[in-house]
Structures are given as C-alpha cells and as structure tokens.
Design a binder for this molecule. Structure first.
Ligand SMILES: Nc1ncnc2c1ncn2[C@@H]1O[C@H](COP(=O)(O)OP(=O)(O)O)[C@@H](O)[C@H]1O
Ligand SMILES: [Mg+2]
Length: 373
C-alpha cells in the first residue's frame, strides 16, 4: 500500500483533533500538515507535498475552493469531508475535481475504505443507471442483466452494480447463489444514515468489479421499500459505480416507476414465446411515450429470438414500429447449464451466440458518449 501524506483542513478545533488522531493512527497514513482555514492551506500546504487532501466542505467557502485545490495540488487526491451526506454537494465537488466524499468523524477503517473505493478513478460521477423492465412475465431479463453486468465490468474495467428491485419475485440471490447479509430492504431503511462508503458494504461482491444488491428475502418485505428511499439509494450508488443495472418487476408500481425515472435508459425486454410479444412491447412503449426524450431513453430487447439474425431484427422493428436495440438467441441449454453451476453464460461459453450478443450490447453501452452529472 502506498504512503499517504495527508493535508487535513477542518474548521472545527475539536473535530480537527479527533480526525488528526485517526489519520495518525492509520497505518500508511502520515499527517503532514493541517489547517483550520482552507484559504490558508491553499497558500501554504504545498511545501509539505501532500498526496491526499481531506477538505472540510461544511464551511460554505471551502466548497467553492475545491476547484482551486485541484489546480494547486494536481498530484493529490481530494476527499471532501462533511458531517452529512448530501447528493447535491457530492455532485458539485466531484464535478470540481474531488475524488470522493467522506462522512466525519470517520474511523481508520472508513478512511482506508474511502481510498480503496474511490481509488485512482474517483467517484464515478459519469455513472449510468439502466432499468430493465419487461412488459409481461418471463422475459429473460434477470439472465440478461447478470450476464451484461459481467460483460460491462470486463469491458470497461470499472465498477458495476446490479440492483434487484423486483421486490416480490427477485431472484438475483438465487441466480448468483448468494445468501445476502443485507438486501435492498436494509439499504433503503438505512439510507439516511449512510454514505457511499458504508452503502458499498450492502452490495455483495460477486466478481471483480461487480456487486449485487439482492432483493427482499420474503415478498411481504416489499412494502418496506419506499420509492423515495429507493431513489436516494440509487443516487448515492452513482458515486460508487460506473454502471448500475436495475431489475424491476413487470408491473408498473411505485418502485419500477421510480427506477425508470432515475435512469438514463430503460430497456424493455420481451421473450419470444407465443406470439404476443410484439403487442406487449407496443403497449409498453405507448406508456413511455409520455416522456419527451423517450426515443433516446427507451430501448427494446427481444430474447429467445430464432433465427437470431438481422432479418429477424428488422421484422421485429416493423412489428413494433420502433428500433430494436438488441436481440438474444434462444440458448436455453447454455443458460440453464450456467445457472446450475452458479456461473454466467458469458463466462462458460464466451464464444456462444448468446455471449456474443450480450458482448455487443455491452460494447454499445461502453461506447456511448456520456453527459456528465
Ligand atoms: N436467451 C434465452 N434463451 C432461452 N431461454 C432463456 C434465455 N434467457 C432466459 N431463459 C430462460 O427463461 C427463464 C426466465 O429467465 P429469467 O432470466 O429468470 O427471466 P425473468 O427475469 O424475466 O423472469 C429461465 O428459465 C431461463 O433459463
Ligand atoms: Mg427475474
């Protein structure tokens, strides 16, 4: 672990003493300078060559000084300190160039976790939330999300979250063979008291750069999840993950609507079976047409498409009178073999048509230009 040379800026004397002792007592952290006044630190802090600046932003002025700190200390990472999580402030300071946000007072463990979480890339303010909705019943969306999550992490090398918000029938835990300590119920219940660092621990790691927040353990817990807390949780998760994939139930309920509204993109997923999928897709599209930007925001995906080729894709587009963003082949055997082994299709058979289709979709998502914040 590298050595951190810390410049601590804190306006409150008692808090300053408390945080100083935490920094001093954390292995590999050295407190090289401290200041109660941010402007003073800006002028003099450089002589100590800090590579980590902990900047109290509860003082209104310091918030505006973030940008000047970034300019004055290009070799240092800046973590904002605040006594309370505030999504708006977090967004502002990250746009100004800070790497992350830490709630004070913090412990040694939290300080280390902050460094590990925000690392070199910092809080990913350019995060993208994608909600996967199926117009009707079984659509293959859980399979798609799980595999797409892995593919996105591999392709981008950045953090990916999967959130199971299918509160009644969520099956991500089963899919990944997890017995989660904490689920969406605890995360939304505790959200008021959480910061990004502590929220991260509610997500279970399942692969490098991929974490899952599982759904409720019992369907009756679903009503404990409020749409407001859910939206707040998504907004905090944005500072931890580059891509956030949300699995929502088929029905339009307060949570699926909240998820769709909090998302940059909504994917409507429908499985080919029985022949009504075009009709269902059209009906779902109709509902989203109320959004002014629905043509960029809403995408469609068909699964179990046979034959899975461009002609079939065009045929589906004609049927629904809307572009089809991706089609996935019928690969029941591969999907169930993967499920039985607790593994992902994209991992066991990366050359399979299913894995290739998902990879293509991942490439599309990674290649998209993103608007910041
Ligand atoms: N591309 C596919 N081809 C064939 N079968 C699939 C495919 N994707 C999923 N399935 C199967 O369809 C069923 C439902 O899949 P699942 O991903 O759980 O859908 P949902 O989350 O929409 O209910 C599962 O039995 C799964 O194995
Ligand atoms: Mg599902």
């Amino acid at each position: 672990m590298p050595e951190y040379r810390v410049l601590l800026i804190e306006q409150n004397r008692i808090m300053m003493e408390r945080l100083s002792s935490v920094v001093r007592n954390t292995k590999n952290f050295q407190l090289v300078s401290r200041a109660m006044d941010a402007r003073e630190a800006l002028g003099q802090g450089g002589v100590f060559v800090p590579n980590l600046i902990l900047l109290d932003i509860d003082a209104q002025e310091s918030m505006q000084l973030v940008r000047e700190f970034v300019r004055a200390f290009p070799q240092a990472g800046i973590l904002a300190l605040s006594s309370q999580w505030n999504a708006q402030a977090a967004s502002t300071i990250v746009k100004a160039g800070a790497k992350g946000y830490l709630i004070k007072p913090f412990t040694s463990e939290e300080l280390i976790a902050a460094i590990n979480t925000f690392g070199n890339s910092g809080m990913g303010m350019i995060s993208e939330v994608m909600t996967f909705f199926s117009p009707k019943g079984k659509s293959g969306k859980t399979t798609l999300i799980a595999n797409l999550g892995m593919a996105l992490a591999q392709k981008s090398g950045q953090n990916v979250a999967i959130i199971d918000a299918d509160l009644q029938f969520g099956d991500m835990a089963v899919f990944f063979n997890l017995d989660p300590q904490s689920t969406i119920v605890e995360a939304t219940r505790d959200i008021k008291f959480l910061s990004p660092i502590s929220l991260n621990s509610y997500f279970m790691p399942i692969a490098e750069h991929v974490r899952v927040l599982c759904g409720t353990k019992r369907p009756e817990f679903a009503e404990d999840v409020s749409p407001k807390a859910f939206t707040d949780m998504i907004s905090m998760a944005r500072s931890l993950f580059r891509y956030i994939l949300v699995d929502v139930p088929s029905a339009f309920n307060p949570i699926s609507v909240a998820a769709a509204e909090a998302s940059e993109r909504v994917y409507l997923v429908s499985m080919i079976s029985g022949g009504y999928e075009g009709k269902h897709m059209r009906q779902a599209l109709e509902i989203f047409k109320a959004w002014p930007d629905y043509e960029t925001k809403v995408k469609t995906i068909f699964t179990r498409v046979e034959p899975c080729d461009i002609q079939k894709q065009q045929q589906l587009e004609t049927l629904i009178e809307y572009p089809v963003c991706s089609i996935l082949p019928n690969e029941y055997l591969l999907v169930s073999e993967a499920a039985n082994n607790g593994r992902m299709a994209v991992d066991i058979k990366p050359e399979s048509p299913l894995a290739r289709s998902i990879d293509l979709l991942a490439a599309q998502i990674c290649g998209r230009p993103h608007k910041v914040g």
